[in-house]
Design a protein around this ligand. Structure first.
Ligand SMILES: NC(=O)c1ccc[n+]([C@@H]2O[C@H](COP(=O)([O-])OP(=O)(O)OC[C@H]3O[C@@H](n4cnc5c(N)ncnc54)[C@H](O)[C@@H]3O)[C@@H](O)[C@H]2O)c1
Ligand SMILES: [Zn+2]
Length: 375
């Protein structure tokens, strides 16, 4: 037994469907008992991808067995292409072959791709079976695994089919991040910076103090910081489960990010990197519109750069950006609910047209091609 390291519990308060997010270090080997208790299941099916399963599934499954559950494993190919309906249908077949019923819990072990796929499968198989998230990327820990949005992509676009299916438990072991490539780590921290920028100035200051130590995964700093980012999302989601008002603030940086991802054909740029660019853009725009005090954008940009994240718009024609902005899912009557900063730690939405978000002379002029993108 290793000594217990820093740990936190964040409650996601959704009435009857409330659930805890438990975050610690080296705690994967203790997940089983809590999964058993929270799901009441007699069998657990762990869904993962090869790279994550090889490193971490054994530990999780041994812990499930010690807790008296039968543990089975399904491994799907890595990559966001796996998040599609055909794969869901294959998973239904696999689950039936394993004798899965409502007494079976589906446990997502991996990044947001696995979480969304497992969650959507759990939401729909037999009209819903218990679901547990064991996220292993920074992004999945602070964002994808909390809030209950699950779904798959269509050939026509990302995340176009989905459901709300809350997990019974989110179990986070930050030690699993040791094997996560640095670029993926940094991309996840973009969502941590987002949580701080929109909701907590003191978290933002902590990130400014400890960026490098956090990238090195020092658990004493990492657990409280990720815990706080999760709490910000949990608070917003509890207030607004289905995205009417407050939840829109979580889209800070995402309006531009979605446009950048679409224009890049989802190649060469990670979601978090696109979010970093979108956030830097939003912060600059907030200042230019007189909504945020001078110096706000400078702090946002400087912090993102310490995580080696890109902050400049990639070079696409303004018309292409405008067209991409205009297909935004959340657009109404030609207006986009654009998330601006009022200051570090406080965001709000303003209805803006695409042309107002991106006035002439910005895109493709000041822009630079982001690190690692295809030319
Ligand atoms: N449901 C939501 O609210 C929500 C929110 C944000 C993102 N998402 C979804 O999440 C997905 C992106 O999540 P992601 O960034 O975690 O991507 P991902 O799940 O594709 O993981 C990124 C890469 O890291 C690898 N990996 C994961 N954990 C690892 C570990 N511990 N060690 C080594 N390698 C590891 C994966 O195999 C993959 O190659 C997208 O599908 C996105 O749509 C969902
Ligand atoms: Zn995001």
């Amino acid at each position: 037994m290793t000594a217990a390291g820093p740990a936190r519990v964040i409650e996601v308060d959704l009435g009857e469907r409330r659930y805890p997010v438990r975050i610690g270090t080296g705690n994967l080997a203790r997940a089983g008992a809590e999964i058993a208790r929270r799901t009441g299941a007699s069998q657990a099916v762990v869904l993962s991808v090869p790279g994550v399963a090889r490193r971490h599934a054994g530990t999780l499954e041994r812990s499930l067995r010690r807790a008296g559950l039968r543990a089975r494993r399904i491994v799907v190919p890595d990559g966001d292409r796996t998040k599609r309906l055909e794969v869901v249908e294959r998973l239904y077949g696999d689950l039936l072959a394993l004798g899965a019923d409502r007494g079976t819990a589906l446990v997502a072990l991996g990044g947001g791709m696995v979480g969304d796929l497992a969650g959507f499968t759990a939401a729909t198989f037999l009209r819903g079976i218990p679901f547990v998230q064991v996220p292993t990327t920074v992004l999945a820990m602070v964002d994808a695994s909390v809030g209950g949005k699950v779904g798959v992509n269509l050939p026509q676009g990302k995340n176009l089919v989905g459901a709300f299916h809350q997990p019974r438990l989110v179990w986070i072991d930050v030690a699993t991040l040791r094997t996560l490539p640095r670029r993926e780590r940094a991309a996840g921290f973009a969502e941590v910076v987002k949580a701080a920028a929109l909701g907590d100035a003191s978290l933002f200051a902590r990130l400014e103090r400890d960026a490098e130590a956090l990238m090195e995964l020092d658990p004493r700093r990492l657990v409280p910081v990720l815990g706080r980012a999760i709490a910000i999302k949990a608070e917003i989601v509890s207030r607004d489960e289905r995205e009417a008002g407050a939840r829109m603030l979580l889209n800070l940086g995402h309006t531009l990010a979605h446009a950048i991802e679409a224009l890049s054909g989802y190649r060469g740029i990670l979601h978090g990197e696109a979010v970093a660019i979108g956030m830097a853009f939003s912060a600059r725009r907030s200042e230019a519109l007189g909504l945020a005090p001078e110096g706000t954008a400078e702090r946002v940009v400087a912090l993102l750069r310490r995580f080696a994240l890109p902050t400049e718009l990639p070079r696409f024609p303004r018309e292409a950006y405008l067209a991409a902005l205009r297909v935004d899912k959340k657009r109404r009557d030609g207006y986009i609910h654009y998330v601006v900063l009022r200051r570090i730690g406080r965001a709000e939405t303003v209805p803006l047209t695409a042309a107002r978000i991106l006035p002439p002379g910005r895109a493709g002029v000041r822009g630079r091609v982001p690190r690692g993108s295809s030319r």
